[in-house]
Ligand binder design. Structure first.
Ligand SMILES: [Zn+2]
Length: 84
């Protein structure tokens, strides 16, 4: 039985989520990443092999040994410049 280490809740569900890997201002967005999510607080837990796989993919993309399925253009803003 698993317990959420964040809130102590015992109801944890297996889900798939969108994961954003970030390294030195480079991003990799991966869809449908398996995780376990706390039903109460929403904290998400990933297996280390899942994270390792994403990290390896990031390195492969950086080294151009692999091409991503697709790329998106992401808007960037500075919080201090956002108008109320
Ligand atoms: Zn929790």
């Amino acid at each position: 039985m698993k317990v959420c280490s964040f809130c102590g809740n015992k109801n944890i569900s297996e889900k798939k989520t969108q994961y954003i890997y970030k390294h030195d201002n480079h991003f990799l967005l991966v869809n449908d990443v398996p995780c376990e999510e706390c039903d109460y607080c929403g904290e998400q837990y990933f297996q280390s092999k899942v994270l390792k796989k994403i990290e390896n993919d990031f390195l492969a993309l950086q080294g151009s040994t692999r091409q991503p399925k697709k790329s998106i253009l992401m808007p960037v803003d500075e919080f201090s410049e956002i108008e109320d």
